[in-house]
Write a protein that binds this ligand. Sequence first.
Ligand code: ZN
Length: 389
Amino acid sequence: MLSLLVTNIGELVTNDPALGEPPLGVIRDAAVVLDAGRVAWVGPSASAPATDDALDAGGAAALPGFVDSHSHLVFAGDRAAEFAARMAGEPYTGGGIRTTVAATRSASDSDLRANAGRLHREAMRQGTTTIEIKSGYGLSTADEARLLRIGSEFTDETTYLGAHTVPAEFADRRDDYVRLVCGDMLAAAAPFARWVDVFCERGAFDEDESRAVLQAGVKAGLAPRIHANQLGPGPGVRLAVELDAASADHCTHLSPDDVAALAESSTVATLLPGAEFSTRSPYPDARRLLDSGVTVALATDCNPGSSYTSSMPFCIALAVREMRMTPAEAVWAATAGGARALRRDVVGHLGSGARGNLVILDAPSHLHLAYRPGVPIVRHVLHNGVLLS
Ligand SMILES: [Zn+2]
């Protein structure tokens, strides 16, 4: 593999304050050397070392590839009509998950793989170089394992979400379903998963059920993360902290105790503003979290029901406009924050030794990610040192 010099970067976000101006470690007139899939050197263009190959960024801004730590890419079907009904005034209850489960169960492996691949390419074109993918639309032992096997063809960050909702055939025996999720289904899923997740919410899984699911996952070698406090107040965030989950995702309805618990923990609060946008719901209070010292990540929650976007730039724009995050906070949350939410230290920054994941914008500054919403602002994506587009 040839070494590559990316040069003439007008503004480089490194997310390493030791390398440049805080808070994002910005270097002006910068260059990056990528070698063997990793960042080998970062610094001013003028002092860049010799390499085999070079790419001129033309004075544009560059930053680490986005880390999307929450997505549901393996599914079949379409819920555009449900979206339209919601925009016409019907509330979001989470009940539409069963529609996707029915479509997913009857889809072939190749159809699921093709749909996930299409969305994965769509995300990468918009600068996502690390993505987490959940199961959760199979809800049977064979289908959950199948979804995770397909998801693991795209990423190492796969999450077992058998506890997404109770499927219709278990409606009258939910205890049996929780036992299945913690037993045979987990055993079949675990070889293809790194994480275990649960939708801890009124109408989904309660505190005791959620704890049982996450503890069973941990016992099987998976690490916990959780859908928490999306639709109303609840025990999810406290449970996340109790179990040292890597991330509590959504965090829309938090008590003062929830915020304090997060601030004292190593659990990241992952905010998913695409879900509030697409369900026309109140956004999480990002300022309260940040001002309390909570580590915040941004992710897409890409799924066919409540947030059908794969665009991290769109989520950054929403976070700045609707959640009062600064552009720097939003960019950090979409890169380094996502890496924290996945407990990975080799992505989300451009320090020496980091993965060679770099996004070159069609803009002079990272500010344009929020300033120019809805435009194709990503010009080039380098993934593990290889130029994708
Ligand atoms: Zn989700």
